[in-house]
Design a protein around this ligand. Structure first.
Ligand code: AMP
Length: 402
């Protein structure tokens, strides 16, 4: 079965075509600047030359039509016809409390995703555009939705409720949902497989640290707490997001600076984090470079970022009364040797012993970076959210055909 995985943003659309016989990627690519002057389609077929096409793409239906054109193109294509795509899997950011797992797209599922627009006003409408566009271009092909929040639906009330009037939860479902669920699920499972131990027996802290960042406490294979909240703003300091802060700062700043709701939202999501403290960049590579050159603001940004990661690891070890495995993943977690080192060298109280040589090896494979004697095993596991979407889609479509 060939499965097309789609991740639709408001002006972009990422895709990967999987052959599920061996889980190989036949092609992947990205359409950027949808609805703008000149849209760019970058197509990367496996074993063939990459190709870039600039054209006018006004909305997602045209974007998918162009992608399907590339996938079946004589020169750049990887399949003979669209009929060779048997299912489509969509990444959807917010599944609220309704979606505790991935689901087949039907009219009920679409109505529910629409009802959740309130909770993810930027992301869910974009996912819906992707679903509609795929339906229009591939009528009758089954579609599956895979949610960033679903893995965290196992959190107990004490983790997901905010200590604010219950009426806000009852009326508007104000609570913590978390995000990056497909990644936390994938790397915790992969860690158990790497160690050849049952997931059910393990207490794992998964650190998904990329441009967006979240930590999850995974006990017995279930998320019991995670650092992102009702929105991805809560928790760790990120590239451009503030992470945790005193909520009273919001009305204080709005009042002093006469900011609107949108302006303060934008300040906390787009102009905070590493970018605000360093004054240079939201990219950890540039922050690390600045720190190595002795720039005090980059050094402070790095220190604050690392300190938060370390504090959250400590709090999740406390939440689970111990930790067996710590997993690093995503852009920073997989690549920043210095961030991992700085975090781990101050976790000796947990019994963490870093192997500096193993930590400095770069590879795209899951690997151990703690010593053989370390009480806590520390792993780097490259994440693969698209593969999770393809696997879930495959499983759900096969089950629905039975
Ligand atoms: P992601 O959101 O998972 O794609 O991660 C993107 C982020 O990973 C970038 O913004 C960089 O800050 C970070 N990153 C990528 N490579 C490195 C590296 N070699 N060292 C430090 N950070 C990196």
């Amino acid at each position: 079965m060939n499965i097309l995985v789609i991740n639709a943003g408001s002006s972009s659309l990422k895709y990967q075509l999987y052959n599920m016989t061996d889980e190989s990627v036949l092609a992947k690519g990205l359409v950027e600047r949808i609805g703008m002057d000149s849209s760019i389609l970058t197509h990367k077929p496996t074993g063939k030359q990459d190709v870039t096409e600039v054209s006018e793409i006004l909305e997602h239906t045209t974007a998918i039509r162009k992608v399907l054109g590339m996938l079946t193109n004589e020169e750049h294509g990887v399949i003979d016809s669209i009929e060779n795509i048997q299912a489509v899997g969509h990444r959807v950011v917010h599944g609220g409390e309704s979606f505790k797992a991935s689901a087949l797209v039907d009219s009920d599922a679409k109505a529910e995703i629409r009802r959740l627009f309130d909770l993810a006003p930027l992301h869910n409408p974009a996912s819906m555009m992707g679903i509609k566009a795929a339906e229009t271009n591939m009528p009758g092909v089954p579609q599956v939705v895979v949610f960033d929040t679903a893995f965290h639906q196992t959190m107990p009330e004490k983790s997901y409720l905010y200590a604010i009037p219950r009426v806000l939860y009852n009326k508007y479902k104000v609570r913590r949902y978390g995000a990056h669920g497909t990644s936390h699920a994938y790397v915790s499972q992969a860690a158990a497989e790497f160690l050849d131990r049952p997931l059910e027996d393990l207490k794992i802290i998964t650190c998904h640290i990329g441009n967006g960042a979240s930590l999850t406490a995974v006990q017995g294979g279930k998320s019991i707490d995670t650092s992102m909240g009702m929105t991805p703003l809560e928790g760790l300091m990120m590239g451009t997001r503030s992470g945790d802060l005193d909520p009273a700062i919001v009305p204080f700043v709005m009042n002093k600076e006469e900011l609107t709701v949108n302006e303060v939202n934008s300040m906390l999501n787009k102009h905070s984090g590493l970018l605000a403290i360093s004054g240079i960049s939201s990219d950890m590579r540039e922050i690390t470079e600045g720190m190595e050159k002795g720039d005090p603001n980059s050094t402070l940004a790095f220190d604050m970022y690392e300190y938060r990661v370390r504090k959250y690891i400590g709090s999740y070890a406390a939440a689970m009364n111990g930790v067996d495995v710590i997993v690093f993943t995503a852009g920073v977690g997989e690549n920043s040797i210095v961030l991992r080192q700085r975090v781990l060298e101050q976790l000796t109280y947990l019994g963490v012993e870093l192997d500096e040589e193993l930590n400095s090896i770069r590879s795209g494979e899951p690997r151990r970076i703690s010593t053989a004697n370390s009480k806590v095993v520390v792993l780097v596991v490259p994440t693969n959210e698209e593969l999770v979407i393809a696997r879930d889609t495959h499983r759900i479509v096969q089950a629905s055909n039975r």
